[in-house]
Design a protein around this ligand. Structure first.
Ligand code: ATP
Ligand code: MG
Length: 423
């Protein structure tokens, strides 16, 4: 049986990196009063159509949608924000607190062409600051992204930021952009040509060189923004300057989802080639209202964990130790098994990690396995030990052996605890 295209198993060797990222994220989020939320992986298809938007690539081409047994239209979530907005409304999270700070981590699904850094099932870690229109909220979420990346020793990146204004401003701009592009319609790449009337803004970030040349002299969205949009953007930049967070203003930056307004940003790294964006985010002030909730402005971002990992995997591997048992439990003989189970319970109570041999090989082979697994010591229990009421501890680094009475196990535990403290 083969793995589905665009999906990956995350094996134990790599899981330790994921756990480290999760732990680091949880710590940073909790300090800033962001609380974790977990929403279902399946949602009504209409949720994504209404939020992400009908003209977008995600909704048009990338959704994993199906009819369930009761002919309901269901979609595997392609991103996290829409579900969180829905949960916020359903659970009336706005009743007690004006501001809700939430974070999430989980699998997302998009039917895309799989390649390095682009999968069909991938994972996003994201935050949403719901309830504030203040530009300081934009700066807060951006600051947390930087804090997290830096703590994870991902430093080779640059943030691009732009303001995409308000819906009305974009409407006027779209019209001018279409008028500008129409004479070049034959010269645009196919994808861009198809977007000309449905989602012309997305043509701005086309990777096609010819299209980029055409776009070079296109009207600029920023010139269509009114004073409040510009002021909001200037404030955000002012806070970022104050925080010493570097950024490039990229006036051609737009986002692939319809629900954004004002701030849009992406964090790009130099070490990834074409799939270079590790984080994307922005403000979405009207999304919750659009979905039938109250009028609450919000801002957030999502980091693609797989892409982040490509950039920091090597450093993290050096830093994070594989799970190693402190003691390997080697047994040999007819009557040893029940006794070793007693020992297991005692070790567990004392938080001492162990690995019980299940293969019943020779003692020599068991010692070899203990060494291979990186255990510090081996507890040996043979019929011989049972008969004399003791257990043998062998330190693997020195091969030093010592016997401990089974009737007074405290001595043994103390020795093991000392070993674990000296790790
Ligand atoms: P791209 O332009 O690379 O397709 P996007 O704009 O579609 O990215 P977002 O919807 O903003 O991506 O998602 C935020 C982040 O999630 C991205 O910056 C990226 O790190 C990650 N991501 C998105 N799609 C994928 C995917 N198919 N595989 C792996 N990671 C992804
Ligand atoms: Mg995409």
């Amino acid at each position: 049986m083969q793995l589905l295209r665009g999906t990956k198993d995350i094996l134990p060797d790599e899981i330790i990196l994921w756990q480290y990222i999760e732990k680091t994220a949880a710590k940073i989020m909790t300090l800033a009063n962001y609380n974790e939320i977990r929403t279902p992986i399946i949602e009504s298809t209409s949720l994504f159509k209404r939020s992400i938007g009908n003209g977008t690539d995600i909704v048009n081409k990338e959704m994993y949608s199906f009819l369930d047994q009761n002919s309901r239209e269901i979609t595997l979530r392609p991103e996290g924000t829409a579900s969180i907005a829905r949960a916020f409304i359903n659970s009336k999270l706005y009743t007690n607190n004006k501001t809700q700070r939430l974070w999430y981590l989980g699998p997302m699904f998009r039917y895309e062409r799989p390649q390095q850094g682009r999968q069909r099932q991938f994972h996003q870690l994201g935050i949403e600051c719901i309830g504030s229109l203040n530009p300081i909220a934009d700066a807060e979420v951006i600051r947390i992204a930087h804090k997290l990346l830096n703590t994870l020793e991902c430093t080779d990146y640059i943030m691009e930021i732009n303001s995409i204004g308000q819906l009305e401003e974009r409407k006027k701009y779209k019209q001018s952009l279409i008028e500008y592009l129409e004479p070049y319609i034959e010269d645009l790449d196919n994808t861009s040509r198809n977007k000309l009337y449905t989602n012309p803004l997305k043509i701005l970030d086309s990777k096609n060189t010819k299209t980029q040349e055409i776009i070079y002299n296109a009207p600029c969205l920023y010139d269509y923004l009114e004073i409040p949009s510009k002021q909001h953007f200037e404030k955000v930049c002012e806070y970022l300057d104050f925080l010493g967070i570097q950024y490039n203003i990229n006036k051609k930056l737009v986002r692939g989802l319809d629900y954004y307004n004002y701030t849009a940003f992406e964090i790009k790294t130099n070490s990834l080639g074409t799939q270079d964006t590790i984080c994307g985010g922005g403000r979405y002030d009207s999304l919750i209202k659009e979905l039938g909730g109250p009028n609450v402005p919000s801002v957030g971002w999502a980091i693609g964990i797989e892409r982040l990992l490509i950039t920091i995997k090597n450093q993290l591997h050096k830093k994070i130790e594989k799970n190693k048992p402190l003691v390997y439990l080697a047994v040999d003989g007819q009557n040893t098994e029940k006794e070793i189970l007693n020992i297991v319970e005692i070790l567990e109570k004392k938080d001492i990690s162990y690995n019980l041999d299940l293969d019943n090989n020779s003692l020599q082979q068991q010692l070899k396995k203990a060494d291979k697994q990186g255990a510090k010591a081996c507890l040996i229990l043979r019929d011989y030990e049972i008969k004399n009421n003791y257990i043998t501890l062998k330190k693997l680094s020195t091969s030093e052996q010592k016997q401990f009475s089974i009737f007074n196990i405290d001595d043994l535990i103390r020795t093991l605890e000392n070993m674990s403290q000296n790790l």
